[in-house]
Write a protein of this length. Sequence first.
Length: 481
Amino acid sequence: MAIPVKMPKIGLSDESAIIAKWHKKKGEQVKAGEVLFTIETDKSTFDVEAEVDGILLDVFYNEGDEVQVLTDVGIIGREGENIGDIIPSQGKHKSQSETQKQQVSEAKSIEVELSLKDAAEKADSDLLTRVVEKGAVKISPRARGLAERAGVDFRLANATGPEGRIIERDILALIEKGPVFTPAAKEEYLKKDMDLQLTEGTGIGGRITTEDIQKNSEEQEVTKAPLMIAEEPDRRETIEKPALEELRKGVKYKEVRFTNIRKLIAKNMMRSLSTTAQLTSNASFDATEILAYREKIKANGKKYGLENITLNDMVLYAVSRTLPNHPDLNAHLVDETMLIFENVHLGVAIDTERGLMVPTIFNANLKSLNEISREVKQLAEQCRKGTINPDYLKGGTFTVTNLGAMDVEHFTPILNPPQTGILGVCSITYRPRPVNGQYEYYPAMGLSLTFDHRAVDGAPAARFLKDLKTNLENFSLLLAR
């Protein structure tokens, strides 16, 4: 009996995912437990395994397609088995190579001019209705169908077909450069008649989400001044492009396109810096006690059934115990409202091959040092493998990022809005201090606190650093609380 292969629902909040790679081809034998395909969300990637033995009889979506969760993406069954009743009504997507082969004949295919009269008969979506209201657009049926499936507005395509018609290759180019909508966002966009130049996608692969639509709805009263500003980068690019091309002549280089995760990181960093009032304060503390405690763990940790507790784990523990006394830093700033949290949901920055990820230790202030150490290691491993549940990549109320292992003495962490604070942990350096008329060296560990000055003033932020410093320098007493 043929079994449909469904797009899995990884996280509670996931509505769709991108098929990043098919590891099995149509017609190949698969066994239960073998990796069938890899999916990608806006934060990570996951391998999906086959649940049964059989032949991959068909696939309905290509690599790069965004698919709603719990949708059939393929079929596994016996060779020659009839699967006509299982194939989705929309039919199987054409592969990219097949599409490219058809581009030549595409120009000769029957083209449809969407005049006001034609659209009244042919329109099967709000998009077509709006297009004809604004004027006729020439587009082939195949291109129109592809645009609707992909979630793009074909009015933004650069027509290269005969007599200015939009053909399939134009839609493929538009999908590549964007903007691309999620299905819900596309419906919202059509209702609000938005100017896409003011909309920045934060969804999977830069797709525009309903949240992006809502955030920018106030900016859709477009005036001449904003339009001039929006056009300015294009003029600068026109001026600078010849100089760049001249510079590249005779120089060997390669172009590396951003991954979806890198695109998301880039957008989030720019948004963070442009929408918050960030200020960083630096301090250091005497790390003698936590170093001594670390040595005890290394010598006797296994005997007492403890995790391999690191210095960073101790900092996380101290932060979780210090933040409740500084509620403005354990908060979210949303518009002009502070959301102050009762418990500490601690984000921990993890470096992975896919980019920076920040899983959350929920209710960290209620967990022991050993529990925090264990959970951090589990979350870090899942991030690096790409198996982290997306629900653990959000909900943080404060973040800790550590560059100490790379000998960084101080740095400026960037906030994760709407959080109001992020702590950077730095390396240990040895500094002199006077003791009984003589100088001795002690291990000093740096701390860099970035905070949103709209929500937290400099003095309260400094008090947090001072309390955290005291807790770390008296770590044994902190554990006794």
